[in-house]
Design a protein around this ligand. Structure first.
Ligand SMILES: Cc1cc2nc3c(=O)[nH]c(=O)nc-3n(C[C@H](O)[C@H](O)[C@H](O)COP(=O)(O)OP(=O)(O)OC[C@H]3O[C@@H](n4cnc5c(N)ncnc54)[C@H](O)[C@@H]3O)c2cc1C
Length: 659
């Protein structure tokens, strides 16, 4: 019999579900909270906000992160902004419209009830962050300013210059510090979770490695929350921070947590193009730039060839010879189409030979029109730090005037190309954000919950903070209400000893391979396989080849890896080796899921399933479900379990950004 997934979605119409849930929720008696411990793994926006909120509510929180300070979590990289349906612009925005845009942006593969809840709490997030002192940009009159992000025709993105993630994280960190000071949160920096400990079928603790001493330590609690981010670095080159890894999530998957929709990987259209094979990191140029920047390639192939040969520059090509292909193909949304659509359109132009740099894999993002219209000062106020960042990396300043043709000034355009950026897939969670292991919760980018097959810009911060400040603190109590009568388990239990022994044995195994290849050299090769066969355009044949190559490379990893040093003390190579071991599991999972989904939707593009115009072609009859995978052992194909999607408020249709 097929396994049944209980997503615990309350009955009733979509807008009422969250209200209904809260009305019937079992809250933990405030006196009992003092007896309950919760482990929160991660201090990004999701983890820090959850730990601070749970501490504030009276629980005892153990909060861990791999960095030396919570403030260094990957979330600080977020540049462009955070969405909320405040409608400060009076442009017709509403909770329903944010809900609708998010479901449509996700190509109708998200869980409807979760997305409505997300849209509903979005406004609370802004109030919370303003109260913490987050310096959001403001209009001259003092009102919070907004800009537009892809997939929306309203301005609902709140921002703090190009550093929104950093400012939001400082807000969450100050709340967290307050709870640390109050003794409700105990912070463990430079600790990495290596395993989750299951006692009597429930998550009861974790094994973590002290990254400085190398020692393994046991932590026990009444519930475990993981907020450990996405798996984009499986592809080696991505916009993610170098430390991003999926070890905690993969370990939970190995212990029985379902992994949902792994093939939904987001490729962001505006990244600085790859420029050599010695690179280990890609840089994002924020989507906010698409508010005022226009994306184009030359109309004439001879101009493209001259750009590729370096005999011509972008600013020498006059207006009439430029193809603003997004504005041409999608007049209603223009440069602000969702990321998956913009990325595929860039690839299509470059595949046809219209790329604008020496590799042929770049398009222009040009500010000439907006600088001429608004003046450089306004553009610098909006994007100053992004222009400076671009200059630091490429030595080109996009605000420099370079040419004048027929009285029109042309500025130096940026060059951009799509790159791996975000992962919509993640640990499967129910409406309460609980995984398929009782007592184990997953929040933020590491769960799959809200974005379907494609995330809209500025919605990750919204989801991370919704989960951490407003959803988990309610939903986890339903579980903990039962736990109040359970004493916390001892870390001397055999389950802890067994888990620790296994982690230790793994460290020994990796150190004792004593082969010839560095972690990075193998990781880079894995990244090439992922990009080539499991990247922007996928085919059944390519995915099978990718799986075979990954399997062979994993064997190479097991036989020929070289990790210097010992397990005592700091050993960064050993930590990276653990991460790479898990990227292999993850890469194969992405490919299995992509192979099983014989349709294209959002970030998952199977070349066999496209319209005549090259758009993603969904198959709702056969694939209108969340694909959840259950681990079946190393080297074995995992088992697919389906959570059917049910839409009642939104009509499922083909996405249209043209009119
Ligand atoms: C360049 C860039 C720009 C972006 N801009 C935006 C934007 O403008 N708007 C938007 O909405 N989104 C944006 N995003 C996406 C957004 O930043 C992320 O999705 C979001 O910050 C993820 O938050 P998180 O808390 O889930 O995870 P993270 O911020 O990745 O935090 C993960 C935490 O888990 C910890 N951790 C990981 N593994 C372990 C382990 N095994 N043991 C212990 N701790 C562990 C880490 O130390 C860290 O504290 C951007 C992303 C990038 C890369």
């Amino acid at each position: 019999m097929a396994k049944v997934i209980d997503s615990k979605i309350p009955a009733g119409p979509v807008p009422e579900k969250w209200k209904e849930y809260k009305a019937h929720q079992r809250l933990v008696n405030p006196k009992n909270k003092l007896k309950l411990d919760v482990i929160v793994v991660g201090t990004g926006l999701a983890g820090a906000s959850a730990a601070a909120s749970l501490g504030e509510m009276g629980f005892n929180v153990i909060n861990l992160c791999i960095q030396d300070s919570p403030r260094r979590a990957h979330s600080i990289a977020a540049q462009g902004g955070i969405n909320a349906a405040k409608c400060y612009q009076n442009d017709g925005d509403s909770v329903y419209r944010l809900f609708y845009d998010t479901v449509k942006g996700g190509d109708y593969r998200a869980r409807e009830a979760n997305v409505y809840r997300l849209a509903e709490v979005s406004n609370n997030i802004i109030d919370q962050c303003v109260a913490q002192g987050v310096p959001f940009a403001r209009e001259y009159g003092g009102m919070l300013a907004n800009r537009s992000f892809g997939g929306a025709q309203v301005s609902r993105t709140f921002y703090a210059k190009g550093q929104t993630g950093q400012q939001l994280l400082l807000g969450a960190y100050s709340s967290l510090s307050c709870q640390v000071n109050a003794g409700k949160v105990k912070l463990y920096t430079r600790y990495e979770m290596e395993d989750v400990v299951i006692v009597d079928g429930r998550a009861r603790g974790i094994i973590a490695k002290n990254l400085v001493t190398g020692k393994l330590e046991r932590f026990s609690a009444n519930a475990v929350v993981i907020a450990t981010g996405g798996y984009g670095n499986t592809y080696f080159l991505s916009t993610n921070a170098m430390g991003c890894n999926c070890t905690a999530a993969v370990q939970c998957y190995r212990k029985g947590a379902y992994f949902a929709n792994p093939s939904y990987v987001q490729i962001h259209p505006t990244c600085i193009p790859v420029h050599g094979d010695k690179q280990s990191k890609l840089t994002l140029m924020s989507e906010s730039l698409r508010n005022d920047g226009r994306i184009w390639v030359p109309k004439k192939i001879e101009d493209a060839k001259a750009l590729q040969a370096g005999t011509k520059q972008g600013w020498e090509i006059p207006e009439e010879d430029r193809d603003y292909y997004l504005e041409r193909r999608y007049p209603a949304f223009g440069n602000l189409v969702p990321r998956d659509v913009a990325s595929r359109a860039a690839k299509e132009r470059c595949d046809k030979g219209f790329g604008v740099n020496n590799t042929g894999l770049a398009v222009f993002l040009d500010f000439s029109e907006s600088i001429n219209r608004l003046g450089i000062d306004i553009i610098m106020q909006r994007y100053g730090n992004l222009f400076e960042m671009y200059e630091e990396i490429t030595d080109v300043f996009p605000g420099d005037v370079a040419n004048e043709i027929n009285g029109v000034k042309y500025y130096k355009p940026m060059m951009i190309y799509p790159a791996i950026h975000y992962t919509m897939g993640g640990i499967w969670v129910d409406y309460e954000l609980q995984t398929s292991i009782p007592g184990l919760f997953a929040i933020g980018e590491c769960n799959f919950s809200d974005h379907g097959a494609n995330r809209l810009g500025a919605s990750a911060l919204m989801q991370g903070l919704a989960d951490g400040y407003f959803v988990l603190p309610y939903t986890i109590q339903n579980y903990l209400a039962d736990q109040a009568v359970w004493p916390k388990v001892s870390t001397d239990l055999p389950e802890f000893a067994e888990a620790e022994k296994k982690v230790d044995a793994e460290l020994d195994r990796l150190l004792n391979i004593k082969g010839k290849r560095s972690v990075d050299s193998i990781h880079k090769e894995l990244g090439h396989i992922m990009w080539e066969y499991v990247g922007m355009g996928r085919t059944a044949e390519g995915l099978k080849t990718g799986l075979k190559k990954m399997h062979e490379l994993e064997q190479e990893f097991d036989k020929n890896l070289f990790v210097p040093g010992t397990k005592e003390g700091l050993n960064i190579e050993l930590d990276k080796a653990i991460h790479l071991r898990d990227f292999f599991t993850m890469g194969q999972l992405v490919a299995f899921d992509a192979l099983s989904r014989n349709e294209s939707c959002g970030g998952h593009f199977r070349e066999e399933y496209q319209t005549e115009e090259g758009e993603a072609k969904r198959d709702d009859e056969n694939y209108f479900y969340v694909g959840c995978w259950e681990y079946k052992g190393k080297g074995n194909e995992p088992e697919l379990i389906k959570e059917p999607l049910e839409y009642e408020a939104i009509k499922v249709q083909t996405r249209n950004y043209k009119n």
